[in-house]
Design a protein around this ligand. Structure first.
Ligand SMILES: [Zn+2]
Length: 76
């Protein structure tokens, strides 16, 4: 499969950290995806999209309480 974004790169299976933004929180979720070797664009399967949606909901409902690996700061 060829990348739809740069139209040059090949898309290959790889494990990536998908980033979910929930309010001011960012969740990094390790998932399998297809990643463009040229531009790095990641393509998720329908199954993975559903999984990420599930993770988001579980986080919003505080069912899932992942370990914090950093803070988000705002400088104004
Ligand atoms: Zn690409």
């Amino acid at each position: 499969m060829q990348c739809a974004i740069c139209k040059r790169g090949d898309v290959k299976p790889a494990a990536v950290e998908a980033e979910l933004k929930v309010g001011g929180d960012h969740l990094l979720v390790l998932v399998d995806a297809e990643v463009c070797v040229e531009c790095g664009e990641a393509y998720y399967s329908t199954k993975t999209m559903r999984y990420l949606e599930h993770v988001r909901e579980a986080f919003e409902q505080k069912v899932l309480t992942p370990t914090s690996i950093g803070q988000v700061y705002q400088v104004s």
